[in-house]
Write a protein that binds this ligand. Structure first.
Ligand code: PGA
Length: 279
């Protein structure tokens, strides 16, 4: 089954390291092609690198387009603009995503980046409501809702992050907590074809500790149930991912109970990322 495997570099890497990562990525991607190419791979680098990585992937996309043209004995002029866009953007081995966007479409927000700008530099996805932003920038559910709304308007697929604290888990309040985060984030007049929800318990992020497979399964099912019961008409296609200390040592046992993974630290090495995606 197709899984969504997202690399979240957070605030790591600049141009040289991105170049190195990409060349390693292509090497290992080629070697593991049969397994990895059936999954949706997504790279979320720092915003400053998006345009650069997009052009690197574009070159690859055009090479692919030439191969398709040769195979079908067509000249490039025979392709419509939509076909070219489909091949170059959608057939690239790894899609681009951003780590955040502003909730307004434009305006006086020094230092911020809008969803439309992200779309213009080749993003298909945007992470929204990551717990690091919720805690460091006090992002409330209301802000998260507004960000999802602007992302959808800009034709980006939102990756909504939810997850409980250690205290909430210890008090066995995790299901209520996660369910309320999901419901509050999706309130209002929102709808989109494809929605991704990443379950990321705060205590598992960057800690080396992961919940048991049964615990991940429990929350994944609870999120799916709530989407089915309350939002089926608005979000027809929902993918529930797991994130928090994922590595190639635990990914194979986690993947069967969810629709994919959101990977932080382990995604900084292309070889490790491809190992995880070789499922
Ligand atoms: P981690 O981060 O894999 O380093 O725990 C995951 C995340 O924060 O998305």
């Amino acid at each position: 089954m197709t899984k969504i495997i997202i690399a979240n570099w957070k605030m790591n890497y600049s141009f040289d390291e991105a170049d190195l990562w990409l060349s390693e990525f292509f090497k290992f991607y080629g070697a593991a092609y049969e397994k990895v190419s059936k999954h949706e791979l997504v790279l979320c680098p720092p915003a400053i690198l998006l345009d650069y990585i997009d052009s690197e992937l574009m070159e690859d996309g055009f090479q692919f387009l030439e191969e398709v043209a040769k195979k079908d004995s067509r000249s490039l002029e025979d392709f419509s603009a939509e076909e070219i866009n489909e091949i170059v953007m959608n057939q690239r081995p790894i899609k681009l995503g951003a780590q955040d966007c502003h909730y307004e479409e434009s305006g006086s927000f020094t230092g911020d980046v809008s969803a439309k700008m992200l779309k213009d530099v080749g993003c298909k996805y945007v992470i929204i409501g990551h717990s690091e932003r919720r805690s460091a920038y006090l992002e409330s559910d209301a802000v998260v809702t507004k960000k999802i709304s602007t992302a959808i308007k800009a034709d980006l697929t939102p990756i909504l992050c939810v997850g409980e604290s250690k205290a909430s888990r210890d008090a066995a309040q995790h299901l209520e907590f996660v369910e309320s985060q999901v419901v509050n984030a999706l309130l209002g007049d929102l709808s989109c074809e494809k929605l991704i929800i990443a379950y990321e318990p705060i205590w598992a992020i960057g800690s080396g500790i992961t919940p048991s497979v049964a615990q991940i399964d429990e929350v994944t099912k609870a999120i799916k149930k709530i989407l089915q019961e309350k939002f089926a008409a608005k979000f027809p296609q929902v993918f529930v991912l797991y994130g928090g200390s994922v590595s190639s040592a635990n990914s194979a046992e986690i993947l069967p109970v969810c629709d994919g993974l959101l990977i932080g630290k382990a995604s900084l090495t292309a070889e490790e990322y491809i190992k995880i995606a070789s499922f």
